[in-house]
Design a protein around this ligand. Structure first.
Ligand SMILES: Nc1ncnc2c1ncn2[C@@H]1O[C@H](COP(=O)(O)OP(=O)(O)OP(=O)(O)O)[C@@H](O)[C@H]1O
Ligand SMILES: [Mg+2]
Length: 1080
C-alpha cells in the first residue's frame, strides 16, 4: 500500500522514537542511538514530551520553507513529526488562545544551534502572527535587532564561527489578537574579555572586522582607522578572516538593520566612534619609567594613538594620559594618588576597553529596546525567548569564573524546568483526576543553594572575599570555600571532606569541583576574584565622563564627580545572580517550552555524529533526567478522541464508527485488547499510559491491523474495481453492440435506401422520360403549331406588311428601275422614231436585252400602226386596190417568185380601154357587165406551145377570151365553172385556168395563159369568184401541174431556163403529155 502522505500522529513513519519518553529501555546508549538514528535520517528534532531536542545539522535543511510553516500551522503538537515549528506553534497558540505567557528556553553548548533556533522560533511566529503595515514594521524591527546584536555580541570561536558571546533573553509582546506589539531584550554576561584578548584561532567581536572591511575610506578616515587588521593589537591575527563570512557585506547588513531598528545617523556614527576608540585603545602601549622615589611608573610610548582617541572621543588628552598613569583612591574625604606601573597601566587600558565595549553593548540593547518597545499600555501577552549558553564544561581545569556563572544559570534553568514540569504534570493529573503518584527524581535545588545561598553560597563567599579588606587572592577565596562548603555533598576540593572521603587525588590544589545536576565540573579558581570585582579605576571612568562625546559620557555616569559614590559597585557575580533571579522570576510566571540544542560533532561538519560528544552533552544537559521526570508518572497521554481515532480499528465495537463518547470507546477498546489495568488510567479528557511498551504494543497492533485493513481495503477495492470494470465493460459491450447494430442496420438501410433510390430513380427516370417524350412531343406539336401559326401569321403579316418592308424594296427598285428604263426607253424611242413610211425598214437598235421581245413587238405594233395610218389616208378606190394587193400578198407572197415584182405595180384592171376603143365596140356590146380586167394575154397553144394574144376579160360572172384584133369572143366561161388556177412558183407569167369538167366551156379544155400581170389577174379572179360563187378559188402553185387539153392531160413543167431568150420565158411542147416552160 502506498505511504499515506497525511500524518495524523508523530508515531506515523517514525524513525526510532520521535519522543524519547517512549524510549525503551531508557539509558544513555539507547538515547544516543535513537538520536543518531534520527540524525542519520535528517531528523534533527526529537521530543522529550514537550521538550524539543535539536541536533545541529550543520547544513541547510529543506524543513524551514513557507510550506513547512503552513504544514505546522494550527496543528497539534504530536500530530506531525517533531519540529521546532511544532513547539513554536504550540507556544504561540497557547499564548494567543489560552492567554498563557510563554517562554522558550533554548540551551545547549556553543555551536549547538541556539541562536539559529531562536531565530527560527521568531521567524515562525512572525510568519503565523497577524499581518498589516504596522505589525510588519514591528516584526521587521524585532527580527532586525538580531543582526545588530550579533555583530556586536558574536564572534568567531573555535567552536562556532558565529558564537554568541552574551546571553540573550527577548520578550516579544503581543496584543490580545496575537499581533506583535514590540519587545524587550535583556542581555547577560557579555564576554568582554574577548575585546582585549582572544584565544588562539578565535576572533574579536565581528563588528571590528566589519568596520575595517566594510566601511568606506571616508568613513574609516573619520573614525581615524586603517583598513589593515594587523594594525590593531586587539585583533587576533590568526583568524582574521573566516571562511564563508563576508565582513564587508555583513557591515552593510548591520547598518541597514540599525536603520530599520531606528538608530539615528548620529547615533550610528557615535557607536562606531566608540568601537573605533576601543580598537585604538589596544594600540596604546606603555613603557616603564623609573621614578626617583623608586616607584615604577609607566609612560605612553607613542602618544599619537592617544591623541587620535582623544580627538575621536573629545577627551582632553592630558586627562586621559593621566588616568593611564595614576590611580586615585578616595577614602574618607582623602584622595590618594598612586602611580601605575606598566602592568597596571595595561590592566587599566584593557579594563577601559572592556568596559567601554560592554557598556556600549548594554547601551545598544537599551537603545534597541527603546525602538522596539510596545507603544501601547494595554495588557500584553508575552513570549520570551532565552538564548543562553548551556552548560560549559572544558576539559581539565579550564573552567573559570564565566563557566561557573553560566553553569549556575543552567542549574537554575534546570530547576525551573523541574519545578515547572512537575508542576505541570501535577496540575495535569489533578485536572484529569488521576491519582498523584510520587515521582522519584533528582532535585537540583541543593546545588543552586550551594551557589547562590546568601550566607553560605559560593557567590556570597566570593563577594565577601572581594569586599574584605586586606590581601585578597583567589587562593584565599578557595580556602574560604573549603571552610564553608566542605561538607556540601556537591562540592569537592582537595581540602573538602567529600573529596578526602572519596580520596580524589586528581583534583588540583587551585581547583574546586561542583557536582552539577548534569555532571561534575572542575573550576580553576584563578581569576575569580578579579573577574568578580570587574574593576575600572575611577580616574578612567571620570576621564570618560569628561568626554565631549555624548555617548561615551553617558556610558560612564559614575565618572560624574558630583555623584561620587564611595560604595563599591556590585560585583559581577552578585549582578549576575540578581539578573538570574529576575530572569527566573520572569520565567516562572510563564509557561516554559524547552529547546535543547546538541552539537553532533566538533568539526562544524554535516553528517558526522560523534557519540561521545553527544553523550557528553546529553549528560550535562540532563536530558535523561528530563525523560525520567517526564516519565515519572505516565509515559504517554493522549486525548480520548485522537486516541480512539488512532486505535479504533483494533476493536470490532469501535470499528469503523463509535457512536458513543470517545472515553467509553477507549474503555471498550482497552478492555477488548486486555491491557493490564495498571498500565493505564482514564483521566477526564485523556488516557494516560504508564509504560511506553503498552503504547508500542498498541502501535504494533495498529500496524498489523492497518495492514490487514489495507489488505481488506485492497481486496474490496480490487473486487470493486473488477466489478466496476466488468460492469463498465458490460455496459460498454452493450453500447458497442448497440452502436454496431445501429451501424449495421444503418448500412443495410443505407444500401436498401440507395437501391430503392436507384430503382425509384430508374422508374422515375423512365416515367420522366416518357413524360418528357410526351411533353416534348406535345411541345413539338405546340411548337409546330406555333411555328406554323407563326409562319402563317408571319406570312400574313409579311404579306400584309410586305409593302412596308424593305424586302420589297428590291423589287420595287427593280420595278422602278424597270419603269425608269422603260420610260427612258420609250422616251428615247420617241426621239428615235423612224419615218411613218410603212416601208421604212429603219428601227432603232434595241438598248437592253430584256426589251428584246418588247422592242420587236413595239416595232411590229409601230409598223402596224403606221400601216394603219397609211391605210387611213386611202380613198375607197385605193382601199380596194390595197385590198387586192393584200389579197395577192396573202395568196402569193413567198409562194410565187413573181410576186415581189408585182407589189409595186398598181392593179389597173382595164388595161385595154374597151369602151373607148372603137375596135372593141362589138366586144363591148357583147359584155354588158362591168369589166374587171381587160388585158392582153398570151394563149399557149396546146399543140406546140406557141402563144397567141388574146384579150382576157373578166366580168362579174365570166371569164372571157376574145381575139385581140377582132375583139371576137372566143371563149366565155362562167366563173362557176372555173375550178382552179395553177401556176409555177417561179418568176414567170404562166398560168392555167382549170375548168369544171363537163361544163360547156370545158370541151376545149383548160386554158394555159401567160400574162405580165399574172398576180393581178389571179388575185382578181380569186376575189371575183369568191364574191360571186362564195367559193374560194383553188390556186395551186406548183412547178408541175396538169392541164386538160381536150381529152388529154398535159403536164406543164417549169424549169430554170437559160438566158438564151432573154428575159422572156419560153414554152415548148416536149411530148403529148409534157409542156416545158423554161423560166429565166
Ligand atoms: N537548524 C540548523 N540548520 C542548519 N544549520 C544550523 C542550524 N542550527 C545551527 N546551524 C549551524 O550551526 C552554526 C552555529 O549555530 P548557532 O550560532 O545557533 O549556535 P549557538 O548554539 O548559538 O552557539 P553559541 O553558543 O556559540 O552562540 C550556525 O552558524 C549554523 O551554521
Ligand atoms: Mg548563539
Amino acid at each position: 500500500m502506498a505511504k499515506m502522505e497525511v500524518k495524523t500522529s508523530l508515531l506515523d513513519d517514525m524513525i526510532g522514537v520521535g519522543d524519547m519518553v517512549l524510549l525503551e529501555p531508557l539509558n544513555e546508549d539507547s538515547f544516543i542511538n535513537n538520536l543518531k538514528k534520527r540524525f542519520d535520517h535528517s531528523e534533527v528534532y526529537t521530543y522529550i514530551g514537550s521538550v524539543v531536542i535539536s541536533i545541529n545539522p550543520y547544513r541547510p535543511l529543506p524543513i524551514y520553507t513557507p510550506e513547512k510553516v503552513e504544514e505546522y500551522r494550527n496543528r497539534n503538537f504530536y500530530e506531525l513529526s517533531p519540529h521546532i515549528f511544532a513547539l513554536s506553534d504550540e507556544a504561540y497558540r497557547s499564548l494567543r488562545d489560552q492567554d498563557k505567557d510563554q517562554c522558550i528556553l533554548i540551551t545547549g553548548e556553543s555551536g549547538a544551534g541556539k541562536t539559529e533556533a531562536s531565530k527560527l522560533v521568531m521567524s515562525y511566529v512572525a510568519a503565523v502572527c497577524g499581518k498589516g503595515a504596522e505589525v510588519n514594521q514591528v516584526k521587521e524591527q524585532l527580527l532586525q535587532s538580531n543582526p545588530v546584536l550579533e555583530a556586536f555580541g558574536n564572534a568567531k570561536t573555535v567552536r562556532n564561527d558565529n558564537s554568541s558571546r552574551f546571553g540573550k533573553y527577548m520578550d516579544i509582546e503581543f496584543d490580545f489578537k496575537g499581533d506583535p506589539l514590540g519587545g524587550v531584550i535583556s542581555n547577560y554576561l557579555l564576554e568582554k574579555s574577548r575585546v582585549v584578548k582572544q584565544p588562539r584561532g578565535e576572533r574579536n567581536f565581528h563588528i571590528f572586522y566589519q568596520i575595517l572591511s566594510g566601511a568606506s575610506e571616508d568613513f574609516l578616515c573619520k573614525l581615524k582607522l586603517e583598513r589593515d587588521f594587523s594594525r590593531y593589537n586587539y585583533l587576533g591575527l590568526d583568524s582574521a578572516r573566516v571562511n564563508g563570512v563576508d565582513d564587508a557585506a555583513n557591515f552593510r547588513t548591520v547598518r541597514n538593520a540599525m536603520q530599520i531598528v531606528g538608530f539615528m545617523d548620529h547615533e550610528t556614527q557615535s557607536v562606531f566612534e566608540v568601537v573605533a576608540a576601543v580598537l585604538k585603545l589596544g594600540n596604546i602601549e606603555f613603557k616603564p619609567e623609573s621614578r626617583v622615589n623608586g616607584l615604577d611608573e609607566s609612560k605612553i610610548k607613542d602618544k599619537n594613538e592617544l591623541k587620535e582617541i582623544c580627538e575621536l572621543t573629545g577627551i582632553d588628552q592630558s586627562v586621559l594620559e593621566r588616568a593611564f598613569s595614576f590611580r586615585t583612591v578616595e577614602a574618607k574625604q582623602e584622595k590618594v594618588s598612586t602611580t601605575l606601573n606598566v602592568a597596571q597601566a595595561y590592566y587599566a587600558r584593557d579594563a577601559l576597553a572592556k568596559n567601554l565595549y560592554s557598556r556600549l553593548f548594554s547601551w545598544l540593547v537599551t537603545r534597541i529596546n527603546e525602538s522596539i518597545k510596545a507603544q501601547t499600555k494595554v495588557r500584553k501577552k508575552v513570549m520570551g525567548v532565552l538564548d543562553i549558553y548551556g552548560f560549559e564544561i572544558f576539559e581539565n581545569a579550564d573552567n573559570s569564573f564565566e563557566q561557573f556563572i553560566i553553569n549556575y544559570c543552567n542549574e537554575k534553568l534546570q530547576q525551573i524546568f523541574i519545578e515547572l514540569t512537575l508542576k505541570e504534570e501535577q496540575e495535569e493529573y489533578i485536572r484529569e483526576g488521576i491519582e498523584w503518584t510520587h515521582i522519584e527524581y533528582f532535585n537540583n535545588a541543593i546545588i543552586c543553594d550551594l551557589i547562590e545561598n546568601n550566607q553560605t553560597g559560593i557567590l556570597a563567599m566570593l563577594d565577601e572575599e572581594c569586599l574584605r579588606p586586606g590581601t585578597v587572592t583567589d587562593d584565599t577565596f578557595l580556602e574560604k570555600l573549603n571552610q564553608v562548603c566542605a561538607t556540601h555533598q556537591h562540592f569537592e576540593s582537595r581540602m573538602s571532606k567529600c573529596s578526602r572521603f572519596l580520596n580524589d587525588t586528581t583534583l588540583p590544589h587551585s581547583c574546586f569541583r561542583i557536582q552539577h545536576y548534569a555532571g561534575k565540573v572542575m573550576y580553576q579558581v584563578e581569576g575569580f576574584v578579579d573577574k568578580n570585582n570587574d574593576l575600572l579605576y575611577r580616574d578612567l571612568s571620570q576621564a570618560m565622563w569628561k568626554a565631549s562625546h555624548s555617548l561615551i559620557k553617558a556610558l560612564f555616569p559614575e565618572g560624574n564627580p558630583a555623584k561620587i559614590n564611595l560604595k563599591r559597585p556590585p560585583t559581577a557575580g552578585s549582578q549576575f545572580k540578581a539578573s538570574v533571579a529576575t530572569l527566573m522570576k520572569n520565567l516562572q510566571t510563564k509557561n516554559p517550552n524547552y529547546i535543547r540544542c546538541i552539537k553532533p560533532n566538533d568539526k562544524k561538519a554535516a553528517h558526522i555524529f560523534n557519540d561521545a560528544l553527544v553523550g557528553h552533552q546529553i549528560r550535562y544537559l540532563g536530558l535523561l533526567e528530563n525523560v525520567r521526570v517526564r516519565r515519572a508518572g505516565y509515559a504517554f497521554r493522549q486525548a480520548y478522541e485522537p486516541c480512539l481515532e488512532r486505535y479504533k480499528m483494533l476493536c470490532k465495537q469501535t470499528w469503523p464508527h463509535w457512536r458513543g463518547p470517545a472515553r467509553t470507546g477507549v474503555e471498550v477498546l482497552f478492555n477488548e485488547l486486555e491491557i493490564p489495568e495498571e498500565e493505564f488510567s482514564f483521566g477526564r479528557s485523556k488516557i494516560f499510559i504508564r509504560n511506553p511498551r503498552t503504547l508500542f504494543k498498541l502501535e504494533d497492533l495498529r500496524k498489523q491491523r492497518l495492514e490487514d485493513l489495507a489488505t481488506l481495503i485492497e481486496k474490496i477495492y480490487r473486487g470493486w474495481k473488477c466489478r466496476t470494470r466488468f460492469l463498465l465493460m458490460k455496459t460498454s459491450q452493450i453500447v458497442i453492440a448497440a452502436w454496431f447494430r445501429r451501424y449495421a442496420q444503418q448500412k443495410k438501410y443505407q444500401k436498401i435506401k440507395s437501391s430503392a433510390i436507384i430503382v425509384q430513380s430508374y422508374i422515375r427516370g423512365w416515367k420522366a422520360r416518357k413524360l418528357l417524350r410526351e411533353l416534348k412531343h406535345q411541345k413539338r406539336c405546340n411548337e409546330a403549331a406555333t411555328i406554323i401559326a407563326a409562319y402563317w401569321h408571319g406570312t400574313q403579316v409579311r404579306r400584309e406588311y410586305r409593302k412596308f418592308f424593305r424586302a420589297n424594296a428590291g423589287r420595287k427598285i427593280y420595278e422602278f428601275t424597270l419603269q425608269r428604263l422603260m420610260q427612258k426607253y420609250f422616251l428615247e424611242m420617241k426621239k428615235k422614231m423612224p419615218s411613218l413610211s410603212p416601208i421604212d425598214k429603219n428601227w432603232p437598235a434595241r438598248p437592253y436585252l430584256f426589251l428584246d421581245s418588247t422592242h420587236k413587238e413595239l416595232k411590229r405594233i409601230f409598223h402596224l400602226w403606221r400601216c394603219k395610218k397609211y391605210r387611213d389616208q386611202f380613198t375607197d378606190q385605193q382601199k380596194l386596190i390595197y385590198e387586192e394587193k393584200l389579197e395577192a400578198s396573202e395568196l402569193f407572197k413567198d409562194k410565187k417568185a413573181l410576186y415581189p415584182a408585182s407589189v409595186g405595180q398598181p392593179f389597173q384592171g382595164a388595161y385595154l380601154e374597151i369602151s373607148k376603143n372603137p375596135k372593141y365596140k362589138k366586144l363591148k356590146d357583147a359584155v354588158d357587165e362591168k369589166i374587171i380586167i381587160a388585158e392582153v394575154v398570151n394563149k399557149i397553144n396546146r399543140a406546140n406551145g406557141k402563144a397567141t394574144s388574146r384579150i382576157f376579160l373578166l366580168t362579174k360572172n365570166n371569164v372571157l377570151l376574145a381575139d385581140q384584133k377582132s375583139g371576137n369572143i372566143k371563149s366565155e366561161v362562167p366563173l362557176g365553172d372555173v375550178t382552179k388556177v395553177s401556176m409555177s412558183s417561179q418568176n414567170d407569167g404562166f398560168f392555167a385556168v382549170h375548168l369544171k369538167e363537163g361544163s360547156g366551156a370545158a370541151s376545149k379544155g383548160d386554158f394555159l395563159l401567160s400574162s405580165d400581170h399574172l398576180i393581178e389577174m389571179a388575185t382578181k379572179l380569186y376575189r371575183t369568184t369568191l364574191s360571186q360563187t362564195k367559193q374560194k378559188l383553188n390556186i395551186e402553185i406548183s412547178d408541175e401541174f396538169l392541164v386538160q387539153f381536150r381529152q388529154d392531160k398535159v403536164c406543164v413543167k417549169f424549169i430554170q431556163g437559160s438566158q438564151k431568150n432573154g428575159n422572156v420565158p419560153t414554152c415548148k411542147r416536149k411530148n403529148n403529155r409534157l409542156l416545158e416552160v423554161a423560166v429565166p
